[in-house]
Design a binder for this molecule. Structure first.
Ligand code: SIN
Length: 177
C-alpha cells in the first residue's frame, strides 16, 4: 500500500462487476471467512419490499475464501461505499495475492448479522427459490448467482455453498422449460 491507494478484496459481485478504476488487480485469498448468501439486497438484486439474497462473509475457522483483490485510489472508496451501502461495513484483513505470492493488508466489505438487511440461513431449496424470484435495479438475483459461480470457477475457487445453489437454480430452470 502507498499513501494514495489501498487494497480491497472482493468476494461477491466485486469479483465480476468492475465498475471502478483500479491500479492493480489479482486473484487473492483470505483466511478464516466463508461466503454465504445470507444478506438481503434492497437496492441491487431486490427491493425493500422483496429483498434479494446476496453474499456476505461469516467467520469460519480454517476456511480460505478466494476472490479478487484490487489496488484502488482512496477516492474510489466513495463509489464502493455507496455501492455496498446496504449493510456492508469495512473490515481490515490480510489478503494473500496469489500470483505475486505475497500478503498485503486491505479492506473488505462485510455485512454483519446485526445489520437490518441481514436474512441469515435458510433451507437451500428455499434459498434457490428466493434467488429465482428476486429482481432489483441492478438486475435479476439469478444473474448475480450465475455470474458469481462462473467467476469463482475462473479463479479456481471451489465453493460448495455457491455451487449447490447454482445447481439448484439450473435444475429449476430446466424443469420449467
Ligand atoms: C463483495 O463483492 O466483495 C461484496 C459483496 C457484493 O457486492 O456482492
Amino acid at each position: 500500500m502507498d499513501k494514495n491507494s489501498d487494497w480491497v478484496f472482493g468476494y461477491g459481485s466485486l469479483i465480476y462487476k468492475v465498475d471502478f478504476p483500479y491500479l492493480d488487480r489479482e486473484p487473492a485469498q483470505i483466511e478464516g471467512w466463508g461466503r454465504r448468501f445470507w444478506q438481503g439486497s434492497h437496492d441491487h438484486r431486490g427491493t425493500p419490499d422483496a429483498p434479494g439474497r446476496v453474499v456476505t462473509l461469516v467467520p469460519e475457522a480454517g476456511r480460505a475464501c478466494r476472490g479478487m483483490a484490487y489496488r484502488v485510489a482512496h477516492e474510489v472508496f466513495e463509489h464502493l461505499d455507496h455501492r455496498e451501502k446496504n449493510g456492508y461495513e469495512h473490515h481490515r484483513v490480510d489478503i494473500h495475492l496469489l500470483e505475486r505470492d505475497t500478503t498485503v493488508n486491505g479492506t473488505l466489505y462485510v455485512a454483519g448479522r446485526d445489520n437490518p438487511a441481514f436474512i441469515g440461513p435458510a433451507d437451500p431449496a428455499d434459498m434457490a427459490e428466493h434467488i429465482l424470484s428476486a429482481h432489483g435495479p441492478s438486475g435479476d438475483n439469478l444473474d448475480y448467482l450465475l455470474a458469481l459461480a462462473e467467476s469463482l470457477r475462473e479463479i479456481g475457487e471451489t465453493d460448495e455453498h455457491v455451487f449447490d445453489l447454482e445447481r439448484r437454480v439450473r435444475a429449476r430452470l430446466a424443469e420449467s422449460r
